[in-house]
Structures are given as C-alpha cells and as structure tokens.
Design a protein around this ligand. Structure first.
Ligand code: SF4
Length: 438
C-alpha cells in the first residue's frame, strides 16, 4: 500500500539505546564501565497504511529498535511520537493504554504463546486487559479473530502445542488484532517458519493491512522478506541507518555498499539483477567499540582510497583488512589467523619469505601488489613483523593505508526522492573517487 497521508502515525527522532557493560574484572574493580551502542540516533517516520521494512544482519540493532519503539525497553535518548504523543514521556498507565494502539508480533511463535492457556484465552487476554469484551461478546470476538487469520472457532479450545509454526504465528497475529490496533511492529514475523509457510503469513499480513488500514514496521534480516511487503525499507548497520527509501529505489542503484551486499545475497534475484554475490569480510563488529568514521569501513568492499591512490579495489580492501588485523593482533598467530596446532614460537621460526607467503595467502594479496608504493610499504611492515616488532608494523601500515571512511562519519545524503544513503561515495567532497558508483 502506498503512503496515504502526509502526517506520520509514528515519528521517531534520534532514538538511542546504550547498554552499560561492566567489561572485565579490572574494569569492574576500577568502577569503569563501557557502553554497548545498540542503537545510535535513529530517525524514522511511519505513515498511515504504510509498511516500513527494517533490515540488517543479526546484531545490527533491529530488535532493539523494535522494542524501543514500544518502550518495551527504555531508550537512552530520543523520542517516539504516536499521533503526536511522546511515548518516552508517557506514564505507565498511559503507556498501557497506548499499547492498545501499537501491537507487537514476536519472532518466535513457539516461545511467545503461553503453553498453559488455550488459544481462546491467548487471543482473549488483550480483550480482558483493556476491558473490551466479556462473556459471550468476548467468545464471539475471539471466534471472529480466529476466522480472520485463517483458523476457526474450534481452535479456541486447543493449546498452542497442538498447532504448526504457521498456525501459531496466526494465533499471535489474532492476539495482536484483538484490540483493533493502528500500528503493528512485526519482529522477524516469518524467520522461524518454513519457507513454504512464510509467503502465507506475509500474504495474510498484507490482506489484514488492506482490510483494517494497519501500519506495519516489519523487522527482518532477509531483504527478500520485505521486498514484496514493504513500501519503504531502512537498512540498519550497527545501530544506524545506512540507507532508507522507497523499496523499489533501495532495490536498484544507487546502492549503499552494505545494502548492495545484502541484496546480492538474495537467493533468487530479480531477472533484471545481474550482479554477483558480494561477500563481506568478517562479522558485524562489536557495538561495544564501533569502528570510527563510517561504521561499515571495516567490511566495505568499496572503502574509499586516500587521495592520490588508485590501486585495484580488491587489493586496497585486502591491505585495509591486514591493517585492521594488525591493530587488534599482538602475535603472528593472530595476524595469520592460525588457530590451532601451531605455537607462536613456531611461527617466529618462519623465514621472511615463508611469512610473506602466509600473510599474502591469508589476505588474498597478489605477489607483487599492483601498486609499487603499496608493495614497498607491505614489505617494510613484513620486515617488522618478522622481527617481532608489531607496533612498528602497525604504524607503517596505518600511516600508509588510511581511508577517509575511517575519519568521517557520513551523513544520510539525498540520492533521490525520499531516498537517502549514508556513504561518502555520495558526498560531493569525494567526486572523483575511483570507487564512486552513483
Ligand atoms: S563511507 Fe566508505 S566505508 Fe562507508 S559505506 Fe561508503 S565507501 Fe563504504
């Protein structure tokens, strides 16, 4: 359903959630604590009748965002306005009343239904809590709700364990619908279900939206889930939006490099999509200590080269990977990612040329590196490594191979109508970068 009104039903500004983390024993003894930056200044709007998809890998802050919206967890900062009213400032009583309008569908239909209650009581519970119906009216409403989600009134007397995953998610949807909500936050609504059942549940959500004029926020780690259901998509990375825009725009160039990698992983791409699968190096970094500048720079295939450098992008990425590894590694074993069976001392016995071979193989670096100056820097760093001088190797590599993406946190740049991308490739300050795509 397209956006139908100019005034958002839900408006989120600068939503932030930091968790205190005690760190290790020393930190605890010294009274030091660190902050896990699960969500860092997110803005979004949801319009009546609209579906906004929020996607990203696990650990990118999607569920924290979903729960902060409903104040199921208390945000550290920011506001969430529902029809103009700030939920973050609402009293507990007011929040309870407002939750009638904003419902939540949980990821795991197996865990989210009380196994000791009948389906009738599960679906009827919100009617009791909000004093909506009792007696015969309640039974009738429950029966109607079950029919609405494709079940029937006989199911009201059964228990959750008697149902399949898809049926349980239908029960969860009926429970959310019971109070006649305006907004439903669907947290990975189909990820626990068989592929064959996923489409049925997504179709049911779409039908219910048309019938009741609902607005959805659909959280998913899989872009293909939101592709057909969302009007707009926000791509979240380490607690920040990397890209947000109308679905058809997010699914075609210009791309944020992270969104492009997620799109390339969709198993059955659109016929028009001819790109190859883009593999990202490593996992999402810890939100305890997010990377400086652009948070995606530690994995970005298009990470920008410094002014005056114009080497093959894959070689540049590999050199960045080696530089990053050196920053966190304090042994040859860690640099070469040798995990088992080889002691650090054994690696110390490696000849200079054997170490060279091992490091090039680990980081996919050719011999020689295409850029002569880069090859020289690499050689010097390797000399230091061979001598066990980690700090010197770190310094040589860090000084030579520093991307602008490490220094500058990109704003969300307008790249189209209502389409924004947080990437320096779209900043006019980098017009001639060799990796610019759009
Ligand atoms: S700013 Fe740099 S690291 Fe971040 S997405 Fe853009 S090119 Fe990649």
């Amino acid at each position: 359903m397209a956006r139908t009104a100019d005034s958002p039903v839900l408006e989120v500004e600068d939503l932030t959630k930091y968790y205190e983390s005690g760190g290790g024993l020393v930190d605890t003894l010294l009274g030091r604590s660190q902050e896990v930056k699960a969500l860092d200044g997110v803005d979004l709007e949801l319009y009546p009748g609209e579906t906004l998809g929020i996607v990203g890998e696990s650990g990118c802050g999607k569920t924290t965002l979903a729960r902060s919206l409903l104040q199921l967890i208390e945000p550290t900062a920011g506001t969430v306005r529902y029809e103009g009213e700030d939920l973050t400032a609402a009293s507990d009583d007011r929040l309870r009343a407002l939750r009638k309008d904003i419902q939540y569908i949980f990821q795991d239909p197996f865990a989210s239904l009380n196994p000791r209650l009948t389906v009738g009581d599960i679906v009827g519970e919100p009617l009791d809590i909000h004093d909506i119906a009792e007696g015969e009216a309640r039974a009738e409403r429950v029966s109607d709700l079950l029919e609405t989600v494709g079940l029937n009134q006989r199911h009201a007397h059964r228990y959750p364990h008697e149902f399949s995953g898809g049926q349980r998610q239908r029960i969860g949807i009926a429970r959310a619908l019971a109070v006649d909500p305006e907004v439903i936050v669907c947290d990975e609504p189909v990820s626990a279900l068989d592929v064959s059942v996923q489409a049925q549940i997504l179709n049911l959500l779409a039908d219910l939206q048309s019938e009741f004029g609902l607005s959805y926020i659909v959280i998913a780690h899989d872009l293909s889930v939101v592709e057909h259901i969302a009007d707009r998509v926000g791509v979240l990375y380490l607690g920040e939006f990397a890209e947000i825009g109308p679905t058809e725009d997010v699914f075609q160039p210009p791309y944020h490099p992270y969104a492009e990698a997620l799109l390339s992983a969709i198993p059955e791409p659109d016929p028009g999509w001819e790109g190859d699968r883009i593999f990202l190096s490593g996992d999402v970094p810890s939100p305890l200590n997010p990377p400086s500048g652009c948070r995606f720079h530690t994995r970005c295939p298009k990470v920008i080269q410094p002014e005056g450098t114009d080497m093959a992008q894959s070689e540049w990425r590999s050199l960045m990977d080696l530089t990053q590894r050196l920053r966190s590694a304090d042994s040859l074993k860690a640099v070469t990612a040798v995990q088992e069976g080889v002691e650090n001392e054994d690696l110390g016995q490696l000849s200079r040329s054997a170490l060279d071979t091992r490091v090039r193989a680990e980081f996919g670096l050719p011999d020689p590196i295409g850029d002569r100056e880069a090859e020289e820097v690499f050689g010097t760093a390797l000399d230091h490594l061979h001598d066990g001088a980690f700090e010197a190797a770190r310094t040589v590599m860090s000084d030579a191979f520093e991307s602008p993406c490490e220094r500058t946190d990109p704003a969300l740049f307008d790249v189209g109508d209502d389409h924004r991308i947080a990437c320096l490739l779209y900043d006019d300050a980098y017009p001639d970068t060799p990796t610019r795509t759009g």
